[in-house]
Design a protein. Structure first.
Length: 284
């Protein structure tokens, strides 16, 4: 008596759409490598493109960030500068994606990557982003979908910046940062007096008067330089990007009882406290 022979079950069948997408992805990678080999980067042209971009205020004013941390200040280059350098260097692909969102554990698994197609150098960062933020000395859970999206986007941008800088030569990055700082110091061609008045007016809209600006820089505005205006511009952009609060960047001077009741014609003496990380050195 013959019994039917059961065929061994093979792997799950791949759908047509999945097969097409896999083939497309492989072909895209092969095409990128082929084009990069056919049209290798010209370092001289890449530097020219970078220098032209860093010589504009449009990039320079977005090139740096600054925010307080642990009694000091953290500053560096932004994702805006990183993307511009990747475009100038050429033959670089990069991206960031949310791989998985876990609402039960309130976290997202994300990945940021940058790939120098010509040198075949790839830097990948996989990381977990909690759906929470640290505010007012405590951790607050994020519930609103827009807040979660913005939190993931901000964390992804920081990792993407690291990935891009990992595949670009250090000399290229250093030269770009120096040129951007020079552009900020020179400004947009306006006289220094006009730039000072513009800076005071911009911060006045944020509720920061000239006295608090002078306290931060450590000298009266009549002695401000282009570098001082550049520092204020970086701080202003960081406030706009919500990397730092106004009161954190420009803390109010604390007044003691002795100063209030002292023999000073009834006027309050406002001096930067010694433990204030934003207060500059007193002028001599």
């Amino acid at each position: 008596m013959n019994f039917p022979v059961q065929q061994a079950q093979g792997p799950d069948r791949v759908g047509q759409s999945t097969a097409v997408e896999q083939s497309r992805a492989v072909a895209e990678v092969q095409a990128a490598i082929y084009v990069a080999r056919q049209f290798p980067r010209d370092v001289g042209r890449s530097r020219s493109n970078m220098q032209a971009a860093c010589g504009t205020m449009a990039l320079a004013e977005k090139a740096f960030y600054k925010f307080p941390r642990a009694g000091g200040a953290v500053e560096g280059s932004t994702i805006h500068l990183a993307k511009t350098l990747a475009q100038s260097w050429g033959n670089i692909q990069y991206g960031v994606s949310e791989m998985r969102r876990d609402d039960e554990y309130r976290q997202s698994e994300m990945q940021a990557w940058a790939w120098d197609v010509e040198a075949n150098t790839r830097h990948v960062l996989t990381f977990i982003v909690p759906h929470a933020k640290f505010a007012k000395g405590k951790v607050e859970a994020l519930i609103d979908l827009r807040d979660i999206y913005e939190n993931n986007a901000n964390n992804g941008a920081r990792r993407l910046r690291e990935a891009i800088f990992a595949v670009i030569p250090d000399f290229f990055i250093s030269e770009a940062e120096e040129l951007c700082r020079e552009t900020l110091n020179k400004g947009d061609g306006k006289p220094i007096e006009q730039r000072i008045e513009g800076a005071v007016a911009v911060f006045q809209k944020l509720g920061v008067n000239a006295d608090r600006l002078e306290q931060k820089l450590g000298r009266p505005r009549a002695q401000w330089t282009g570098a001082d205006i550049a520092q204020l511009l970086i701080t202003h952009k960081s406030i706009q990007r919500r990397e730092i609060a106004v009161d954190e960047a420009f803390p109010q001077a604390r007044i003691t009882a002795a100063e209030i009741t002292g023999k000073n014609g009834g006027r309050k003496q406002q001096t930067p406290p010694n433990d204030d990380p934003w207060a500059g050195e007193p002028t001599k």
